[in-house]
Design a protein around this ligand. Structure first.
Ligand code: HEM
Length: 180
């Protein structure tokens, strides 16, 4: 029973704020880049790519998770002999040009947009990745269909994030729009 409750708790926590943050950071990208709103309305088949692009944590544009703990940020600290055992590295940024070119750009024509590391990799790859992608695709499809001229509410947003080393979410995002 205790094990079941802990699994349930993990799924509830892992599956709730993450997708909320993804939708909020995607909306932030859309208000900062209004031309993407137009393109996605005209070409909704690009929405899955947009979701992947919103997932990749960017600087300064946020994804739903922080880019990883930057404890080993220089070569000296990254030396294998200095890493604890087992190593405590969690990288969520893919800056491998061969695999994920021009990573800081939102590119709706990216050929392999799922090459980011937002859902982790390997044995602990996110259990809810498919669900999160589906939720976000549905959310952006409906929001773009039902709301026009989505923009940031004037003077209300400071785009600060909830302080956390695990998640990355805006404290608030105030939007204005015209109903479709
Ligand atoms: C945007 C949404 C999400 C992001 C960015 C995300 C990210 C991640 C990441 C990076 C990991 C790996 C953590 C590690 O390496 O230790 C992970 C694991 C996990 N995620 Fe997600 N997640 C999301 C949504 C969800 C949803 C919707 C669910 C469930 C309904 C979920 C359930 C889990 C669980 C149970 C694990 C642990 C898997 C394991 O350790 O084997 N996640 N997630």
């Amino acid at each position: 029973m205790a094990e079941m409750l802990s699994i349930l708790q993990q799924i509830l926590v892992a599956g709730n704020e993450t997708t909320t943050n993804l939708i909020a950071s995607g909306m932030m990208i859309l208000v900062q880049r209004p031309e993407l709103q137009e393109r996605l309305r005209a070409e909704p088949d690009r929405i899955p790519t947009f979701v992947e692009e919103a997932l990749q944590p960017r600087i300064p544009r946020p994804g739903p998770l922080p880019p990883g703990r930057r404890r080993y940020r220089n070569r000296r600290h990254a030396h294998p002999r200095r890493l604890p055992h087992p190593p405590l590295l969690r990288l969520r940024l893919n800056r491998d040009e061969a695999e994920f070119p021009h990573a800081d750009e939102i590119d709706l024509d990216r050929e392999a947009p799922e090459g980011h590391l937002a859902f982790g990799r390997g044995i602990h790859y996110c259990l809810g990745a498919a669900l999160a992608r589906l939720e976000a695709r549905i959310a952006f499809t409906l929001l773009l269909q039902r709301l026009r001229a989505i923009r940031a509410a004037e003077g209300k947003n400071d785009y600060t994030h909830v302080p956390s080393v695990i998640l990355r979410g805006l404290k608030a995002l105030y939007l204005e729009f015209e109903p479709a």
